[in-house]
Design a protein around this ligand. Structure first.
Ligand SMILES: Cc1ncc(COP(=O)(O)O)c(C=O)c1O
Length: 387
């Protein structure tokens, strides 16, 4: 931007799926394919068994997406017309799912350091909510949220607790794997996640009734006799998606290690950059680093928008997740305006940096060098951008 050579002349992507070799996927798929079983067959069953074992949970049910999994879980746990408390600093689908079930989202604050739902604020809003049906808490960017106080709150109020674990397959909280918390946790297998199925979702639960409701609900609500027990969805997972997900699951430990090594490098280097802080992951917690996200504070000297533009000029692709936060999105304009100053401020400051398994560690270093030099040349950068 200031006339020097571009850091990444060929561009540095933001994310890339860590896909297994194609021949392994086709070999895995072949028996089902050749028998003409294309959906909801033995590979889906195998994926469910492997996931349940990996997560240490009684049941997992494979579905077409995390969104459909959340819809089916919520439909079972809470009646239409109730309110669902959830953070606004999350992906839109966390709110869309309850809305499709006829529930009303009540948005709650997040914390400025961990970016996770603020449980005290949630508790206050829960006490004031007319007819609370459920709480949905997201493990933001793959770091576990404050599960213990949330579980206490759920137990003391009797309000079911669901985790949007879209980002968090492989994460753990104080040595306990994400997957068995609350009444259910729902993962995503879409391309930006650590375990990919192309598309797909996994509902994990220790409650047999929840698992059975999702099994029925992913197949229209039809138990097999075509006498549907409730209006379900087609949320089945295909054998093609399950074959890819099984092979991808085999890579999970290696994938986690690679992302954690990159995150360590980012954290170490960014510790020396004034005005930039990183998402705080609790001591003893393990994040998947589905995203590695920084916040740009005022003392950095360059605005978030200018940082994004300057990094783009270097060829570095970034994202501003979750901006706009859900409560200000057009889809939610009809709801009474939620007052969420921490969320509004955070959403205007975050940037997720490039993070993927095959990101070269030296490229992560170059990203931080580019950021650091922006801070050092703040005045020139802002002048160039405003010109
Ligand atoms: C936090 C969160 N929840 C839910 C979803 C929806 O997942 P899916 O695309 O599998 O429906 C996403 C998608 O990225 C997400 O980031």
């Amino acid at each position: 931007m200031l006339g020097g050579a571009k850091a990444f002349p060929g561009g540095l992507p933001f994310a890339r799926p860590y896909t297994p070799p194609l021949e392994r996927v086709t070999a895995r798929l072949a028996p089902s394919y050749e028998r003409g079983v294309l959906t909801n067959g033995p590979l889906v069953r195998e994926l469910e068994e492997c996931m349940a074992e990996r997560l240490g949970v009684a049941r997992t049910v494979a579905v077409a997406s995390c969104t459909s999994g959340l819809m089916l879980v919520l439909r079972h746990l809470a009646p239409p017309g109730t309110s669902v408390l959830l953070p606004s600093f999350t992906f839109s689908a966390s709110a869309h799912a309850p809305v499709w079930c006829g529930m009303t989202p009540v948005f709650t604050e997040c914390r400025a350091d961990t970016f996770q739902v603020d449980v005290d604020d949630l508790g206050t809003r829960l006490a004031g909510a007319g007819d609370p049906g459920a709480v949905v808490a997201t493990h933001v960017f793959g770091a576990p949220c404050d599960v213990d106080p949330l579980q206490l709150l759920s137990r003391s109020t009797g309000v079911p607790l669901v985790f949007d674990a879209a980002h968090a397959l492989g994460a753990s909280r104080q040595g306990r794997l994400v997957g068995a918390f609350g009444d259910a946790e729902v993962f995503s297998l879409s391309p930006t996640k650590l375990v990919v199925g192309g598309e797909g979702g996994i509902v994990a639960t220790n409650r047999q009734d929840v698992a059975e409701a999702v099994v029925l609900g992913r197949d229209y609500g039809n138990p097999g006799d075509y006498d549907c027990r409730f209006p379900g969805l087609n949320a089945r997972m295909s054998e093609l998606h399950a074959a890819l997900a099984l092979e991808s699951l085999d890579l999970l430990d290696d994938h986690l290690e690679r992302r954690q090594a990159l995150a360590r490098r980012y954290c170490e280097l960014l510790a020396g950059v004034d005005g930039i802080s990183v998402q705080v992951v609790g001591p003893g917690d393990v994040s998947t680093y589905k995203d590695f996200t920084i916040r740009v504070d005022d003392d950095f000297g360059v605005s978030r928008a200018d940082v994004v533009a300057a990094l783009a000029a270097e060829g570095i692709d970034t994202r501003c997740y979750f901006d706009p936060p859900v409560h200000v999105q057009q889809a939610y304009a009809r709801l009474p305006g939620a007052i969420l100053p921490v969320t509004d401020d955070l959403a205007g400051r975050v940037i997720s940096l490039p993070m993927f398994a095959r990101l070269a560690p030296d490229d992560a270093t170059t990203v931080v060098e580019a950021l650091a030099s922006l801070g050092q040349q703040a005045e020139q950068v802002s002048a160039r951008l405003s010109a």
